[in-house]
Design a protein around this ligand. Structure first.
Ligand code: PHE
Ligand code: FE
Length: 289
């Protein structure tokens, strides 16, 4: 999310750049198609309905890497959101400012063919395939705008680390409980082939009922599959939980200790008590607490 200083040469003051869609090579379009087809096959029955509907509504398949000007027409019509191209990570304040105005900043570069499964920086496949379908859902669309507004306030108060965890465990790695079972809505999961399977099926991670303050006290890992996923009962419940003023929460949290990443606490609603076998095999230290 974070970068510092001034926009790089060629970027506007709000850090946006032109997507320059005509400049993508056939090989780059092919990377999109390969990733798209692999996920489109995997996600029915795994991703939540809102995501799958969004994917259809935006027609993210046609012609390889989507042209932002084309998808923005439909996205704007559905929820008033737009996608804007940025050179990479943007400063927190700028990121929140875009979200607060219903603009989703997306990288315009695409990973190389040898990076299909993993890359550190979010590329256009993560940003657009992962995030944008959910923005067609009116409730999630409001949540993301509210998050941007809340981010600007948290930044002023120095409480960004707590709020960043909320983003991580919802927007990036959130699961949703439905009558048909758990479904994925987090962009970090749906844009990853391996984690789309791991997050739902693997016995290793904990799966716990979402609780706002609990989530804000839980650190996260950026370098591997998550050790804990938080499960919301509905998108509306997520939005409702964030309508309150967070100022008193930040105050409480500044005196509260973090919860170790794989811990299960007395008040947790446990959907899966994970074995943490995957994490242990990778040699993580913070396994139980
Ligand atoms: N209600 C939060 C606040 O008072 C803002 C917020 C909304 C944060 C939605 C996250 C998600 O700061
Ligand atoms: Fe993301």
């Amino acid at each position: 999310m974070s970068a510092d200083g001034f926009p790089p040469p060629g970027a506007r003051a709000d850090w946006t750049i032109d997507q320059d869609w005509a400049a993508y090579t056939p090989a780059e379009h092919q990377v999109w198609m390969t990733l798209y087809e692999r996920q489109a096959k995997l996600l029915p029955g795994r991703a939540c309905d809102a995501f799958l509907h969004g994917l259809d509504a935006l027609d993210l398949h046609r012609g390889g890497i989507p042209d932002f000007s084309r998808i923005n027409e439909e996205l704007d019509r559905l929820t008033g959101w737009r996608v804007v191209a940025v050179p990479g990570l943007v400063p927190d304040a700028m990121f929140f400012e875009h979200l607060a105005n219903r603009r989703f900043p997306a990288g315009r570069f695409i990973r190389r063919p040898e990076q299909l499964d993993y890359l550190q920086e979010p590329d256009i496949f993560h940003d657009v395939f992962g995030h944008v379908p959910m923005l067609t859902d009116p409730v999630f669309a409001d949540y993301m705008q509210a998050y941007g507004e809340g981010g600007l306030r948290a930044l002023g108060r120095g409480q960004l680390h707590n709020l960043a965890r909320l983003y991580w465990y919802t927007v990036e790695f959130g699961l949703l409980e439905t009558s048909e079972g758990l479904r994925i809505y987090g962009a970090g999961i749906v844009s990853s082939h391996a984690e789309s399977i791991f997050a739902l099926d693997d016995p290793s991670p904990n799966r716990l009922g979402f609780d706002l303050e609990r989530v804000m006290r839980t650190p996260y890992r950026i370098d591997d599959f998550q050790q804990v996923y938080f499960v919301i009962p509905s998108l509306q419940a997520l939005l409702d939980a964030t309508l309150q003023d967070f100022a008193p929460i930040y105050q409480r949290l500044s005196g509260a200790a973090d919860i170790p990443i794989a811990a299960i606490e007395a008040g947790d609603r446990v959907l899966t008590r994970g074995t943490q076998a995957y994490a242990v095999a990778k040699g993580v230290s913070q396994v139980s607490a």
